[in-house]
Design a protein around this ligand. Structure first.
Ligand SMILES: Cc1cn([C@H]2C[C@H](O)[C@@H](COP(=O)(O)OP(=O)(O)OP(=O)(O)O)O2)c(=O)[nH]c1=O
Length: 198
């Protein structure tokens, strides 16, 4: 790896998330990975869509270097009329509280994507965000406890992973499924095609 220049068309995924890498791979897109450690602190009064857009851009900036196209994303879960997003739960009690709030109603899952094209003399930014509406079925404390036992709530926005056991908690969704998992694939592939990347 070291000493070998990357081809100018290389897409760099600025993410440690195995889900995002898996989604990109499944679409047949060639990329290298540059995990970034980004401060994801939410600013009070910051609307969730603006919050994820800011964090996605900050992640892209951390992996940024001339000659490549960097892609970063940030996902959050939020409830209509409540400004504070449901980020990753710090512990099981917090995860239980989040799932209690999500049970029996709809919420939004927004992923912001920031793409920085640094192949030319000027950096071109291509930011966008996609929101999916997700409906959870009503859940008793015992059902929430059973889900928490799977440990799949860890490291995921809203304390659930729709791609795993939480599929059984979701009554329906409106919008992109891959967006909930962490990357709105159709929109990303579209942009990658526009930028003439692999
Ligand atoms: C709602 C939901 C979130 N998630 C995941 C997607 C994201 O990886 C994570 C939200 O945290 P993010 O901060 O968006 O991403 P990350 O920390 O996992 O990875 P990185 O910053 O390195 O790119 O939650 C699921 O996997 N399934 C779901 O159903």
């Amino acid at each position: 790896m070291s000493g070998q220049p990357q081809p100018s068309s290389t897409l760099v995924l600025a993410s440690a998330s195995p889900r995002r890498a898996e989604l990109l791979r499944s679409a047949g897109i060639a990329f290298t990975r540059a995990p970034v450690d980004c401060d994801e602190t939410w600013f009070p009064d910051e609307p969730p869509p603006r919050y994820v857009e800011r964090v996605a851009r900050a992640k892209a900036e951390l992996a940024f270097r001339p000659g490549v196209v960097v892609l970063a994303a940030d996902t959050t879960v939020w409830l209509e009329g409540q400004i504070e997003p449901l980020a990753k739960a710090a512990d099981r009690a917090e995860a239980a509280a989040m799932l209690t709030r999500l049970a029996g109603r709809s919420h939004f899952t927004t992923t912001a994507v920031a793409v920085a094209d640094a192949r030319g003399p000027e950096v071109r930014w291509h930011p966008f965000a996609v929101t999916t509406t997700v409906w959870f079925r009503p859940l008793t404390p015992a059902q929430i406890d059973r889900y928490l036992d799977t440990e799949e709530w860890r490291d995921k926005a809203g304390a659930y992973g729709i791609q795993g056991a939480a599929a059984g908690l979701v009554r329906r969704i409106e919008g992109s499924y891959t967006n909930v998992v962490g990357l709105p694939l159709a929109e990303v592939v579209e942009l990658v095609e526009t930028l003439a990347l692999g």
